[in-house]
Design a protein around this ligand. Structure first.
Ligand code: SF4
Length: 347
């Protein structure tokens, strides 16, 4: 979702006359931030601190901060980094060129954070990173309340695009040379809830099958609670919909799922996998699992053996493996050093 938002930001700026610049030669620097991981703000303020010195030596340079952290922190960004020229939220990406212009004209920092979406962001110009594959938003926001996730408070309630609009965007992409699309939503299989059609996602997949030249259709992320047989049937019966499913499990423990306020249990998840395997025996299935969730005992018993019977899931951890808390900090730059109530994962 953030990558696609960045494509929109690039498209908007190019539309307004800006051209891409080398990293050390930019007149405008835009940060599209994420608030899912706890160290996102540390990184942002570190980067802003470095740019403050660059800005001193380059008169007229502008810095803008948008995305989820901007939506969450609002004027804190301007307080902590008063040299930032524009702060914009997740609901008003389209305002960026005007905010930069106004900041330049008034010689004053601009802040614009809307509480809800006015215009579905897919109507904004987009500069796509790839010619052959494109993201297509079908919905934004989420109506769930998973306790670990900040998405609903920053992206708002689910808003669904009309199918005709989505299919027109896909057709335009294909006309421009794309052969693959990924349908995007925080919770793709609840698509249609806003206009009262529970079968809308399956219908959309089938409609994608009628687009000539479109070779591959993928989607992310589905939610196990909303996963229905009609979607599995549509996947199996629509040749260009890939037999691929990335469906976040989050935990194999029903107690932890309850604590996470995930409204399905392991039995439901496994039932979906069985149905998928029945219709698409070679489907590629992957998942997300959160370890070290608050309240989880340091040593949980391994999940029921049935919880791990699918070859798509990793094998159970041996009981000798220490809990996540006891492990050394991860070295991956994008990992959070410890679980946080602000962690999040879509779907
Ligand atoms: S994890 Fe997914 S389903 Fe849960 S609140 Fe966040 S976006 Fe919604």
């Amino acid at each position: 979702m953030n990558v696609h938002d960045s494509e929109r930001i690039s498209g908007l700026l190019e539309n307004a006359g800006y051209v891409p610049a080398e990293e050390d030669d930019a007149d405008v620097v835009v940060f599209n931030t994420c608030a899912v991981r706890e160290n996102a703000d540390n990184k942002l303020y570190g980067n802003l601190g470095m740019l403050a010195h660059v800005k001193e030596t380059r008169p007229g340079m502008q810095i803008a901060v948008g995305g989820c952290l901007a939506q969450k922190d609002r004027d804190t960004i301007q307080r902590k980094a008063p040299w930032v020229d524009a702060v914009f939220g997740t609901h008003n990406i389209g305002s960026l060129p005007a905010l930069l212009e106004r900041a330049r004209h008034n010689d004053e920092a601009q802040l614009e954070i809307l509480e809800s979406l006015d215009v579905f962001p897919s109507t904004l110009p987009t500069k796509r990173d790839s010619v052959y594959a494109g993201w297509v938003s079908i919905s934004v926001g989420c109506n769930n309340t998973c306790t670990f996730c900040i998405v609903p408070s920053l992206r708002g309630k689910e808003r669904d695009r009309r199918p005709g609009e989505i299919l027109a965007e896909i057709q335009a992409l294909v006309d421009d040379g794309a052969i693959e699309v990924t349908l995007l939503g925080q919770n793709v299989n609840s698509y249609g809830v806003e206009f009262g059609d529970r079968g809308a996602f399956a219908k959309l997949l089938r409609a994608c099958g009628n687009i000539e030249g479109l070779e591959r259709v993928r989607f992310t992320s589905p939610h196990p609670a909303a996963f229905t047989q009609d979607v599995i049937d549509a996947m199996a019966e629509t040749p260009n919909v890939m037999p691929q499913l990335h469906m976040p499990l989050q935990s194999g423990s029903d107690k932890v799922l309850k604590d996470m306020r995930r409204s399905y249990r392991s039995k439901k998840f496994l039932g979906i996998l069985d149905s998928v395997r029945e219709r698409m025996p070679h489907a590629a299935i992957s998942t997300d699992i959160i370890v070290g969730f608050p309240g989880r005992p340091r040593r949980t018993s391994p999940p029921r053996s049935t919880s791990w019977r699918s070859p798509a899931l990793p094998p159970p951890l041996p009981s000798s493996i220490p809990s996540a808390r006891a492990l050394p900090p991860p070295t991956c730059r994008t990992s959070s050093p410890r679980p946080s109530s602000r962690s999040g994962s879509s779907g």
